[in-house]
Ligand binder design. Structure first.
Ligand code: 5GP
Ligand code: ZN
Length: 114
């Protein structure tokens, strides 16, 4: 996978504020946070987007939500509420083509998103 910044973060070729890691996933602070809590949770396997998912990715991608649940609890936003988002493709504004779950919280959020 040529020039994937998130793979570089997994391999520690690029720095990031890593907050969690296990065999399937890595979580780190978003470099340009849009909320008091803004963490990106990614599978360690390079998957370009939800469009590129296969059945083999089921476990790894499910894990992202369990990590989000635990981090939301840790940041004490589980009761106030939080948003988990995966952008896919141009219209959704996907800018990094390695699947990532945004965990956003710590402030009220509008719906629908802009
Ligand atoms: P997307 O727009 O693809 O859904 O989200 C990409 C996210 O990755 C953005 O929120 C952006 O701020 C974040 N991001 C882009 N490059 C880096 C980086 O090098 N380090 C970190 N920590 N976050 C990044
Ligand atoms: Zn990657």
């Amino acid at each position: 996978m040529p020039n994937c910044i998130f793979c570089d973060i997994i391999q520690r070729k690029m720095s990031a504020k890593i907050v969690f890691e296990d065999s399937y996933s890595l979580a780190f602070e978003d470099i340009n946070p849009k909320a008091p809590t803004h963490i990106l949770i990614i599978p360690k396997r390079h998957i370009e987007s939800v469009n590129a998912m296969t059945e083999e990715d089921e476990l790894a991608l499910g894990r992202l939500f369990l990590v989000a649940r635990d981090l939301a609890q840790e940041r004490k936003i589980n009761r106030s509420g939080f948003r988990t988002v995966i952008n896919t493709g141009h219209n959704a504004g996907q800018s990094v083509f390695h699947v990532h779950l945004h965990l956003l919280g710590g402030r009220p959020m509008a719906w629908p998103p802009g």
